[in-house]
Design a protein around this ligand. Structure first.
Ligand code: F0G
Length: 458
């Protein structure tokens, strides 16, 4: 159990408030047992997401001061374009305000009503935008991806045989394209191998389908490739990234993850001027002029710097080392999780930790609430609460796994913070039998987990 020490020192701090269990019991009740409704000031360690919650470097904060706020053609735009082209190797790069904005401007340009999009696993907003564009999202992750106890180097991979079968069975005209999410967030931040990307791109070329990379955590994925794919053991992360992206036709990216900024995103197109024109036609009305794309010039500057920092190998070893350290501590305490651990945090297998709670009572959510009560740690459900009801039948849908996600913000928490989290989970495990399930009191029609009101059962 080794903690890789931070390759940085701290020069600004943000105080955290300590609360009592009684205070937290009232706070979570007032929040109708939904962590999204808690004021962040009532949270001690916030592992709800690693998105937009990282700590920017001194270079990034300095970059904010030199950001060029010209409406068009700003210096910061050109700096970001140069960095993005150098890293990804695509001809066209377009800033947008976040990942889902990239999805919003791209998916309608490539989707005919009723067509399928096939993915190693869609993130929820990507799934949502496929639907909004009239498409039908289908997940085809490799079988080991959902076997939380089994070790596999690349659990995020696409099931290539299933991909080919689906295309042949349904006919290529019914398919809009293929999405590869790197790392694969929903199955636990699990990496995708270059070999798998090559095979998927062969299928895409064979059938003439576009291959889109959802690149939110591309840098973490590159480190896993270096560590686990022998062909790349000596390669630089930049080399791995270039090769990975050479198999894609376009990418959408939330810069709030591996580019370590609070807000931002990118679209990239390898070599398709006609598609670029259709994307531009969506960017201007939705995101603003092409050279700012919904962001301030200073944001573009911070993304350009963050993209390079996010690919630094010493930083990434420390970063993935934090997930590994927390996972090692949980393993020692017998807490089950998606193993091996992924890049952006630990996905605890709440279904196995709380076997007395049926999926209809949301074990992943129950564990998240219990962690908050125990130690003021905020986590979130990636399980059957996150799954919306079937839009046609209205029936609840069962998730493939009941996870509680402990997402680790970048460069924010220390080893001692992670120890608090591990101790809290061990304490909850010891009284697992007494943890209640939850029932929904009120829910909206879509994306219910954000605003649903719940109460403990019994
Ligand atoms: N794609 C992936 C793989 C993501 O994880 C996210 C966001 C998005 C796209 C959308 O990006 O938030 O900038 O609009 N994931 C966050 C999370 C919200 O908590 O995992 P966005």
């Amino acid at each position: 159990m080794k903690y890789i020490a931070e390759p940085f020192k701290i020069k600004m701090v943000e105080p955290l408030r300590l609360t009592t269990p009684e205070y937290r019991r009232q706070a979570i009740q007032q929040a109708h047992y939904n962590g999204f409704a808690l004021p962040a000031a009532d949270v001690y360690i916030d592992l709800q997401t690693d998105s937009g919650t990282g700590a920017m470097s001194d270079a990034q904060w300095a970059g904010l001061m030199v950001g060029d706020e010209s409406y068009s053609g700003g210096r910061s735009y050109f700096r970001l374009m140069a960095v993005a082209q150098d890293i990804f190797g695509y001809q066209y790069n377009q800033p947008v305000h976040q990942g889902r904005a990239a999805e919003k401007v791209v998916f309608p340009t490539l989707t005919q009503p009723g067509q399928y999009w096939l993915s190693n696993t869609f993130f929820d907003t990507t799934r949502g935008h496929v639907g909004l564009a009239g498409g039908r999202p289908v997940d085809l992750v490799c079988p080991e991806g959902l076997d939380t106890g089994a070790y596999a180097d690349f659990k995020g991979n696409m099931d290539v045989a299933a991909l080919r079968d689906f295309i042949v069975q349904h006919g290529v005209e019914s398919i809009a394209g293929i999405v590869m999410t790197i790392t694969n967030n929903t199955v636990g931040g699990q990496p995708v191998s270059v070999a798998n990307m090559r095979q998927v791109s062969q299928v895409a070329r064979e059938f003439g389908l576009p291959l889109l990379i959802d690149a939110a955590r591309f840098a973490e994925n590159a480190l896993f490739v270096k560590q686990r794919e022998p062909e790349f053991a000596q390669a630089s992360l930049r080399h791995i990234t270039k090769e990975m992206f050479s198999y894609g036709d376009l990418f959408t990216m939330s810069a709030k993850k591996d580019a370590i900024v609070s807000m931002g995103g990118l679209v990239g197109v390898r070599d398709n001027p006609e598609l670029v024109e259709r994307i531009k036609a969506n960017v201007i009305p939705f995101e603003g002029y092409l050279t700012y794309g919904g962001l301030a010039g200073r944001d573009l500057e911070a993304i350009a710097i963050g993209l390079e920092e996010g690919l630094d190998e010493d930083y990434l070893r420390y970063r993935i080392g934090q997930s590994q350290y927390l996972a090692d501590r949980l393993e020692a305490d017998g807490v089950p999780f998606q193993s091996p651990v992924g890049g952006h945090g630990v996905f605890v297998d709440a279904g196995r930790l709380l076997p007395h709670i049926p999926w209809q009572q949301f074990p992943g959510h129950a564990l998240a609430i219990e962690l908050y009560l125990e130690a003021g740690v905020r986590a979130c459900d990636i399980g059957s609460l996150l799954m919306d009801r079937d839009p046609v039948t209205g029936q609840p849908q069962r998730a493939p796994a009941e996870f509680t996600r402990l997402a680790i913000p970048r460069r924010v928490y220390t080893q001692a913070h992670l120890d608090v989290v591990a101790d809290a989970l061990a304490a909850v495990k010891d009284r697992a039998d007494s943890v209640p399930g939850y029932e929904i009191v009120w829910e909206p029609k879509v994306l219910r987990h954000f605003t649903a009101r719940l109460r403990p059962v019994g």
